[in-house]
Ligand binder design. Structure first.
Ligand SMILES: [Zn+2]
Ligand SMILES: [Zn+2]
Length: 247
């Protein structure tokens, strides 16, 4: 995900190699250089290319203390470490991290600038106390809707992986995301579903579940794709303030 606010551009997670990232940026009509890269946790789909991207963009890496301890990111730059709950600034963007349960230390990140806010919460096994407050007042919320319970348990994953994905330190199912969205702050204007499993979910199932949860909520609902670009421009003219993409 790429977030732009003021004169700051943050790349959130670094699972894509440079060439793929640049192809995606071109498709989104962006020719940008992130000022910083934040890695949420030590799983390859989020951190594998952190050193490469940090070197290429000459951008510092930010990680939590727990992530710094659990993975060698490589590269010549020493990562900058942030703590949960203590807000910190990267350029023009204020960032707050909330610890969420996953099988690597993981955080949900909230970004604020000029009275607007966005938050991302992926890779969490259950909705922890404090997450709804963390998302409250956000214009945009990006939330995991990883798997459909039935598809996971009748699907091809081995038993231990099914238990891992559905466990309290795995990923949110469509039903769990439904439960969270039922209580979502009414000020949220856009909800983006992310981190959908290719094997254990479909965009249609995830969307239908979330749409039902948001039936009397005014937010716009989007479903991101691993292979496409999801862009959220704040205004129809001028440069978009917030652009996102996934693999
Ligand atoms: Zn992940
Ligand atoms: Zn993960």
């Amino acid at each position: 995900m790429l977030i732009e606010a003021g004169s700051t551009r943050l790349l959130v997670d670094a699972g894509l190699p440079l060439a793929t990232l640049q192809r995606q940026l071109t498709r989104a009509h962006l020719s940008v250089k992130p000022n910083a890269i934040i890695v949420t946790h030590a799983h390859g789909d989020h951190c594998r290319h952190a050193a490469e991207l940090s070197e290429h963009f000459q951008a510092p890496l930010y990680v939590s203390e727990a992530t710094r301890r659990s993975v060698r990111l490589g590269g010549r730059r020493t990562p900058r470490v942030f703590g949960p709950r203590a807000p910190f600034s990267i350029g023009d963007i204020a960032v707050t991290a909330l610890t969420v349960p996953h099988d690597a230390p993981q955080v949900s990140l909230r970004f604020e600038h000029g009275g607007e806010a966005a938050a991302i919460a992926t890779d969490l096994g259950e909705v922890p106390p404090g997450l709804l407050d963390h998302l409250a007042g956000c214009d945009t919320v990006l939330i995991e809707s990883n798997h459909d319970h039935e598809m996971l348990w009748s699907g091809p994953y081995p038993y231990h992986l099914k238990r891992r994905v559905s466990g309290g330190h795995g990923h949110l199912s469509n039903a769990q995301t439904h439960g969270l969205l039922r209580s979502l702050d009414r000020g949220v204007r856009t909800v983006v579903l992310m981190h959908l499993s290719q094997t254990n979910n479909t965009p249609e199932l995830a969307r239908a579940s979330a749409a039902e949860a948001l039936c009397d909520h005014p937010a716009t609902l989007l479903v991101s794709s691993q292979f496409g670009v999801t862009s959220l421009g704040a205004e129809p003219v001028g440069p978009p303030q917030l652009e996102l993409f996934s693999r």
